[in-house]
Design a protein. Structure first.
Length: 359
């Protein structure tokens, strides 16, 4: 009964001759039925309308549901891909090429879109920017076709899927003829290798191996002291192997032909030449042999073309002179031993350098 009295009172307060039949204006109006009762709002019997009109910044709720937002979601359309075909090839890229492809989609309502990969695989080194839909990266150097699905989603959760492909092709790394001095090029994934002729080395066979010092010399010292060893030294521990560096102020002195000075190059190299100096006028080197090993256990003599052990010439009495000798047959070595054969003083004394290319 109280509800009826309230409504009748409102009607009497707001009934106007030039206004709607029933109009209530108040900051907040709540109309509710009694417990278990129904609330019915009905239009006129001859086709009247029911209007719910929120303010400029308002909305209409039923329960906790924002009806305007719900209608917006229901009425919104999914995004549309710029490429209409269900299968979209994005191009062919050579290995190492920059990939920069913009995927195009629009939302009919103009909301912001986000992009997601939902299937397949992108080429290694290529990435999707989820905010912009751009594919960026570097094409892999391999013959392959990559198929992947991209989903574009609007702010209402509506989405559209599209399948794309990217083709990559291995680039012929030897096409530019990078190997110099008669070197042979072999193509590889993203790179190449050069097989150099006997006298040359380096990535593109541009290094004359007989001129490439490994760094035994005292002025360079690329070869650490620990990689130099001596056997049967004169004066025992008074003469260290690491003193036998070309250009040092001292040198290494052996006892006789049973002595040797060894250099560990650190890895296997293509040895092409050696150089020696004597120690002093008293301790010199006139001739010597070389031994070579790849493992430090089994050594072989460095031989001439005919297979006989090669005898190398030192500086003799002119101990200040550096005498360089090019090997008749280049050797693949990690360990090189200098073995004195003849000398002009009381004991063989000498300093050394080795010339070689990396394999």
């Amino acid at each position: 009964m109280a509800s009826k009295i309230f409504l009748m009172t409102l009607c009497s307060l707001f009934l106007k001759s030039d206004a709607s039949f029933f109009e209530v204006r108040y900051p907040s109006v709540v109309v509710s039925a009694e417990t278990g009762g129904n609330l019915t709002i009905a239009a006129g019997p001859n086709g009247g309308n029911i209007y719910m009109t929120p303010g400029d910044r308002g909305t209409v709720f039923i329960g906790h549901t924002d009806m305007l937002k719900l209608f917006e979601i229901v009425n919104s359309q999914p995004p549309v891909w710029g490429q209409k075909a269900p299968y979209g090839p994005l191009g062919t890229f050579l290995g190492g090429d920059v990939v920069s492809v913009q995927l195009m989609a629009i939302d009919p309502e103009g909301t912001h879109l986000r992009y997601e990969k939902v299937s397949g695989a992108l080429p290694p080194g290529v990435y999707l920017d989820k905010a912009t839909g751009k594919l960026n990266g570097t094409a892999p150097d391999v013959d392959a076709t990559y198929e992947f699905g991209i989903r574009v989603v609007d702010e209402q959760g509506k989405y559209a899927d599209q399948t794309f492909t990217i083709d990559t092709r291995e680039r012929d790394q030897c096409r530019s003829n990078p190997c110099l001095n008669g070197g042979t090029c072999t193509d590889d994934f993203g790179t190449y290798t050069c097989k150099c002729t006997e006298k040359y080395g380096g990535k593109v066979c541009n290094i004359v191996c007989a001129s490439q010092a490994v760094g035994v010399a005292n002025s360079v010292k690329k070869i650490p002291d620990a990689q130099m060893a001596g056997h049967y030294a004169f004066g025992s521990s008074d003469h260290k192997a690491y003193e036998g560096r070309l250009g040092s102020s001292t040198g290494w002195i052996g006892m006789d032909k049973n002595s040797w000075l060894q250099v560990d190059l650190g890895n296997v190299r293509n040895v092409q030449a050696v150089a020696t100096q004597g120690y002093s006028a008293t301790y010199t080197l006139s001739t010597y042999h070389l031994d070579c090993s790849v493992d430090g256990n089994r050594f072989t003599h460095v031989s001439q073309v005919n297979g006989t052990a090669e005898l190398f010439t030192g500086s003799g009495k002119s101990y200040t002179t550096s005498t360089k000798q090019v090997l008749a047959v280049p050797q693949t070595c990690r360990y090189v031993r200098f073995i004195p054969n003849t000398w002009t003083g009381t004991h063989p004394g000498f300093r050394v350098e080795i010339y070689a290319c990396e394999l």
